[in-house]
Design a binder for this molecule. Structure first.
Ligand code: NAP
Ligand code: ZN
Ligand code: ZN
Length: 350
């Protein structure tokens, strides 16, 4: 076992504070990663505050959050073949899965039918609690690590490991590209990656945000149009406009209103994970043969494809670097939709 320094919430809703814990000794296929940067995802806040208690079997405290982990390999197990010491690597939302079910076999480890070991607030295949990336190192099987783009800054690539793949996967699955009009709802960490990626894929992109405050930013990120949802006129004007809506909103909202903005045969994909159920009316779907779908991150293969795509197209996250001592303040700003557009912790501050 090796001592690891990090920040944890000791109990539900407690502020994050310094915490020391143990990581396993590297096994044959493990790599040890010296963590340089970790993004702050809204999911970290939901979980630290036990906001998903209606859906999760358990929340495990002390909780070390963080699943947008970027760093450098510092040691490798005897049978590691994919990485060597010094490689720039990343870890996203999961660190293991059953490896044998149909989902795992088809590269959809996030939908493992047996057990996905999430990067934190979960248990590994042996039942040991997992601890995330707000820490100085992590030990992970080489098959669950990713290779970071060589040509892009590591700090601005950390958010690709959750925010990036969470948008890339549905945009690809529902064929965002030339001739398609895509709406991104909510311009936060996920949303701003959605704008950049949908634009890079060649789609026409509209942003639906609560106010007009982020309009200039959205246009710079690649949006063609921008609308404020506080203005009721938006929902009249845009009726039947979109082939695809990707909804990244973290809070309760009326999904029916947004379904009405789809073209015939359009799809709204929910990626935001509000803490309570949201009712959907049958008429919002039957009118226009519309679909309501959901999507969770992406598998290892697709996450690597997304990182390579970002390397090729020069896509990174717009980040605000924070020292780990400011993590609780950063959380408050995320909750106020006041982040431009992802906080990334500089682990040198630990
Ligand atoms: P974020 O940075 O806080 O962005 C969420 C955005 O939603 C905000 O910037 C805001 O955009 C909008 N919003 C917030 N409160 C709202 C409200 N009351 N009404 C309408 N719009 C509101 O969060 P994030 O890190 O992008 O994560 C977003 C959600 O996705 C979270 O629930 C997170 O847990 C979930 N998530 C899901 C997956 C997945 O695999 N499915 C992966 C990662 C995260 P505007 O300022 O533009 O209105
Ligand atoms: Zn996340
Ligand atoms: Zn599986």
């Amino acid at each position: 076992m090796s001592k690891t320094k990090g920040y944890a919430a000791m109990t539900s809703k407690a502020p994050l504070a310094p915490y020391t814990f143990e990581r396993r000794e590297p096994r044959e296929h493990d790599i040890v990663i010296d963590i340089k940067y970790c993004g702050i995802c809204h999911s970290d806040i939901h979980q630290v505050r036990d906001g998903w208690s209606d859906y999760l079997e358990e929340s495990i405290f002390p909780m070390v959050p963080g699943h947008e982990i970027a760093g450098v390999v510092s040691a490798v197990g005897g049978k590691v073949s994919k990485y060597k010491v010094g490689d720039k690597v990343g870890v996203g939302c999961f660190v293991d899965s059953c490896r044998t079910c149909t989902s795992c076999k088809s590269g959809l480890e996030q939908y493992c039918l047996v057990h996905t070991s999430w990067t934190y607030n979960a248990r590994d295949n042996e039942g040991v609690p997992t601890y995330g990336g707000y820490s100085d190192k992590i030990v992970v099987d080489e098959n669950y690590a990713l290779r970071m783009p060589e040509n892009l800054p590591l700090d601005a690539c950390a958010p690709l490991l959750c925010a990036g793949i969470t948008l890339y996967s549905p945009l690809r699955h529902w064929h965002a590209g030339p001739g398609k009009h895509v709406a991104i709802v909510g311009l936060g960490g996920l949303g701003h990656m959605g704008v950049k990626l949908a634009h890079a894929l060649g789609a026409k992109v509209s942003v639906l945000s609560q106010s007009l405050k982020k309009e200039a930013d959205a246009k710079r990120l690649g949006a063609d149009h921008f609308y404020a949802t506080a203005d009721p006129e938006t929902f009249t004007q845009l009726k039947g406009s979109f082939d695809l809506i990707v909804n990244t909103v973290s809070a309760q909202m009326d999904w029916n209103q947004y379904l009405n903005l789809l073209k015939v045969d359009g799809t709204m994909v929910v990626v935001g994970l509000p803490e309570k159920n949201i009712p959907v009316g049958a008429f919002a779907l039957t009118a226009g043969r519309r679909s309501l779908a959901g999507s969770a991150i992406g598998g290892i293969r697709e996450t690597q494809e997304m990182l390579d795509f970002c390397g090729k197209h020069g896509v990174t996250s717009d980040i605000e670097i924070v020292p780990i001592q400011k993590v609780n303040e950063a959380y408050e700003r995320v909750l106020k939709s006041d982040v431009r557009y992802r906080f990334v912790i500089d682990m040198a501050s630990l």
